[in-house]
Design a protein around this ligand. Sequence first.
Ligand SMILES: O=C(O)CCC(=O)C(=O)O
Length: 259
Amino acid sequence: MYNLRLGAKRGRDEVESANKKPKEEQNEQLETACGTTTDDSQLVPVTRPEFLKAYAIKGMENVYYKHNWIPSTLAHQWRRELNDLLEWYRPKLKVYGREIQQSRKIAAFSTNEGMKLKYSGHDVEMHSPFPPLVEKIAARLATDECLGKEVKFNHCMLNMYEDGSINIGKHSDNLENKVIVTVSLGAERTWIMEEKIKRKKDAMGNKEKVQPKKFKWTLGNGSLLVMQGDVQKLYTHEIPKEPKIKQPRISITFRQLIY
Ligand SMILES: O=C(O)CCC(=O)C(=O)O
């Protein structure tokens, strides 16, 4: 058993409004993963050339997006089924000494009962194994027609966005998330990725003005997004609030978590 303290930066501006800290400070949260060490030789990234070639996002490395992975009727059916999971809850986070409830519900699963995850002072309620539908979806991803049958996941985090008032703030996931594959079900939402840049200071101590590269697109109902390699190190990602959206969305973020 060992314990990793990971300098992860996850967006926390989705917590209830009691949190008045500026956004940038909210991103400075630590995440801890621990448990019996995983056999990472079984965790391999997506290498299937047909997939990588067809769905690469131009201008970025290691980000792939397939808009119509599954038919929209099936995506709605899966969303309705996952909506009924008993494991959904709203985490209570400790942010700058105060306990705050996150507005976004989550449900977390691992294939290994020993996996533990912590963020913002909150012990994630981890369940094992994956629910049958999630297992079925993971199996559909791990086929020669999709990501390749060698691509397995040991953790998944489901996120519930009841409507456009629920968001996930700008963040990057901890670097131990080697591969993250997101399946989007329900309402279409805007996805923004932004390059992380270190601004140099000039002789006067003023930070240079550099415009980070931004990538923005819509995550469709039944779509598939893959982030792997150095993506968490190089980019942040977020789903902003979109008050006009009244329909729900659920995302399943399948992960290869090295812990
Ligand atoms: O819901 C999504 O698609 C994104 C979730 C996310 O950014 C995360 O879990 O880190």
